[in-house]
Ligand binder design. Structure first.
Ligand code: A3P
Length: 345
């Protein structure tokens, strides 16, 4: 009898224990999911006594909850406004380069407590129809943030679109511009891979990279091929320099962001005059993905979508050599203009 009672008690205690641990995990999970805009990293490191990004932690957590409620449709925009949350025009834009690692850069910068990302590519400055809707339309596309925070958006098409520099200049001539680049041939192949995947999804046939990148008549690099043209970084940058001084640009090494993200992010923090807040804690290498992923807290972490980090098709080595030789002088000019040497072949 006594033995039976003891077993019953043990069982009860076990159930209670499981319930307690479950509730605790649920609570931690709730806090972590309230607002992914606000990264969660060790508290001490985030809200120092000095530095510009000082937000009262309690208020911050409360407002995270508000944003969550707003997204769920439980409270109105007006109620959000009552709590100082605003939609601000971006103080910095990741203008490109397509396939350079623009999404990874945006997501990683969003780990900083003073940075709030616009989740979608807005395509305001490169799309005439959107641009015609006016700057208020653009502002309304921005996420809610505190006045002390900065909003960042990324639309990689900005870098290569003719009209964009002038349009951004008209909005804010002192805006900070981030360009993330990868070794140009790798970037071109990555660009091709993305288009190829789209074609395959639609059951369409597509040419091999070699056929597109090399003109079959001249056997020279085909500069009419968009993936090649986009990788001539210096040509595009020169157009931007007609409007903005080079000091307003920061070049991010996209190849290094893949292998060693933290130092690259620290350079960006410096460029944006943000106190250093992103730490190694926020970034961990995921061997299955083969990339660094983001850590929000002990429970929540996220890797980029599977569309980031595709396997590239094999490309004829002689075509790679030809392309690298072609890009070489443009790369030299790019290093010279930007003051950042990237040791590309
Ligand atoms: P690949 O798919 O060629 O590997 P973008 O966001 O500008 O489209 O860039 C996509 C590229 O970001 C990917 O190109 C990938 O290599 C790179 N990247 C950099 N850091 C990454 C990360 N942490 N996770 C996934 N992809 C990352």
């Amino acid at each position: 009898m006594l033995f039976k009672q003891q077993a019953w008690l043990r069982q009860k205690l076990l159930v209670l224990g499981i319930l307690a641990v479950g509730s605790l995990l649920y609570l931690v999970a709730r806090v972590g999911s309230l607002d992914r805009l606000q990264p969660i990293c060790p508290i001490e490191g985030r809200f120092g006594a000095r530095g510009q990004a000082e937000f009262p932690l309690r208020a911050l957590q409360f407002k995270r909850g508000l944003l969550h409620e707003f997204r769920k449709g439980n409270i109105s925009k007006d109620q959000v406004h009552l709590h100082d949350l605003v939609q601000q025009l971006p103080k910095a834009i990741i203008i490109g380069v397509r396939k350079g690692g623009t999404r990874a850069l945006l997501e990683m910068l969003n780990l900083h407590p003073a940075v709030v990302k616009a989740s979608q590519e807005i395509h305001f400055f490169d799309n005439d129809e959107n641009y015609a809707k006016g700057i208020e339309w653009y502002r309304k596309k921005m996420p809610f943030s505190y006045p002390q925070q900065i909003t960042i958006e990324k639309s990689p098409a900005y870098f290569i679109t003719e009209e964009v520099p002038e349009r951004i200049y008209k909005m804010n001539s002192s805006i900070k511009l981030l360009i993330i680049v990868r070794e140009p041939t790798t970037r071109a192949i990555s660009d091709y891979t993305q288009v190829l995947e789209g074609k395959e999804r639609k059951n369409k046939t597509y040419y091999k990279f070699e056929k597109l990148a090399i003109d079959p008549n001249t056997c020279e690099v085909n500069t009419k091929y968009k993936a090649v043209r986009t990788s001539i970084y210096t040509k595009h940058l020169e157009r931007w320099l007609k409007y903005f001084p080079i000091e307003q640009f920061h070049i991010v090494d996209g190849d290094r962001l893949i292998t060693e993200p933290l130092p690259e992010l620290q350079l960006v923090e410096k460029f944006l005059n943000l106190p250093p807040r992103i730490s190694q804690y926020n970034l961990y290498f995921n061997a299955t993905r083969g990339f660094y992923c983001l850590r929000f807290n002990i429970i929540f972490n996220k890797c980029l979508a599977g569309s980031k980090g595709r396997i590239h098709p094999e490309v004829d080595p002689s075509v790679i050599t030809k392309l690298r030789k072609f890009f070489h002088p443009f790369n030299q000019k790019f290093y010279q203009i930007t003051g950042r040497t990237l040791n590309w072949p």
